[in-house]
Design a protein around this ligand. Structure first.
Ligand SMILES: Nc1ncnc2c1ncn2[C@@H]1O[C@H](COP(=O)(O)OP(=O)(O)O)[C@@H](O)[C@H]1O
Ligand SMILES: [Mg+2]
Length: 319
């Protein structure tokens, strides 16, 4: 399958794409297209752009090369997970020449940032695994000593390692913030056997990935997976469960450097920390209210943010 080569960040940022394929959907970061039918099940083209979002708002300034770094990290993990056979996944190829009918003129800008995938009916639950107490998990624990209905022992501090990783589902909101829900509530929204299956797969992948990352000096504090059921060539939903979307990227996961890790305080993370801090500064000054449109981001913050993504990729999958 793919190589684990990390490609150099693109010189020119790709903020959005307009490709001659049907059904473009634009997520916060990825542009998703339906590919022409090749007779072997419906396929999607997922293009990771250089858009960056924070507080669920897409910033007007791209981080050039971020889409390539995210794609390289996802590809590294798909490769790794496949060797351990933990889940069927949606990936077909990350090779531009394998995109059916892609116009020659657009190929260069897509290099390194595409995934051709099997289309799925997305299960509307975000499958989160947490091995450490951070973010919304920490906030919830402080109020209720539990996270998504999972009771934890008292006395834990911020960013503490949990005795056992926990599964904490959330809703997949079309607009706005995802919301943490109990396992029982997730079962009501889907079904108990399905959620039990997803919990097992989610914790298995988290366990494997966290162990791998730790050996490379990176703590995988938590991560979020999406799953779906594959569509056949007529677009009918099959019963084939697939791991979809990006996997284990800094956009879907919380990574901390192992060096300097110390429970009891927030940790510097390999993601949008610089951007978030910058934005919180604007919020404090009354210059931005965490709602669209986002403010323009200064070059120094863009560069520092790209460096964090790049460092994370280099540590996890050294070439
Ligand atoms: N194999 C797949 N089939 C259908 N939808 C998928 C598949 N893989 C990923 N997706 C969807 O593609 C979108 C990716 O774009 P993204 O920018 O991450 O969106 P979001 O703003 O929802 O996070 C997500 O909505 C995700 O659910
Ligand atoms: Mg997403």
């Amino acid at each position: 399958m793919s190589r684990l080569v990390l490609r150099a960040p693109a010189e020119r940022a790709v903020f959005e794409t307009v490709l001659p394929f049907a059904g473009r959907r634009r997520g916060k970061v990825r542009d998703v297209y339906q590919l022409p039918d090749t007779g072997s099940g419906q396929q999607l083209l997922i293009v990771a752009t250089d858009r960056i979002s924070a507080f669920d708002v897409v910033m007007p300034t791209p981080v050039a090369g971020k889409g390539c770094l995210l794609t390289a990290i996802s590809m590294g993990w798909f490769d790794y997970l496949r060797t351990h056979q933990v889940a069927q996944d949606h990936l077909i190829s990350d090779q531009v020449p394998e995109i059916p009918y892609a116009p020659e003129s657009l190929r260069a800008s897509l290099e390194g940032r595409v995934m051709v995938c099997r289309a799925a009916k997305v299960i509307p639950i975000e499958c989160v695994a947490r091995g450490y107490l951070a973010g919304s998990g920490w906030n919830e624990y402080r109020q209720s000593a539990s996270v998504c209905g999972v009771r934890l022992r008292p006395g834990l501090v911020q960013c503490d390692r949990l005795e056992e990783p926990i599964f904490t589902p959330s809703t997949k909101a079309d607009v706005g913030h995802d919301e943490n829900i109990s396992f029982e509530h997730a079962c009501e929204l889907t079904s108990t056997p399905l959620m039990e299956r997803l919990r097992t797969i989610t914790l298995n992948i988290y366990g494997l990935a966290a162990k791998y990352a730790l050996k490379r000096g990176v703590i995988l504090a938590d991560t979020k997976f999406e799953f779906g059921f594959a569509l056949d060539s007529r677009g009918e939903v099959t019963d084939e469960l697939l791991l979809i979307d990006e996997v284990l990227t800094p956009d879907s996961s919380r990574y901390w450097p192992l060096e300097g890790y110390e429970p009891g305080r927030d940790q510097p993370s390999f993601d949008k920390q610089f951007l978030r801090n910058y934005l919180l500064g604007l919020v404090a000054q009354g210059k931005w209210a965490k709602s669209p449109p986002g403010p323009a981001i200064p070059p120094s913050i863009v560069a520092a943010t790209r460096d964090r993504y790049s460092e994370c990729a280099r540590l996890l999958f050294p070439s």
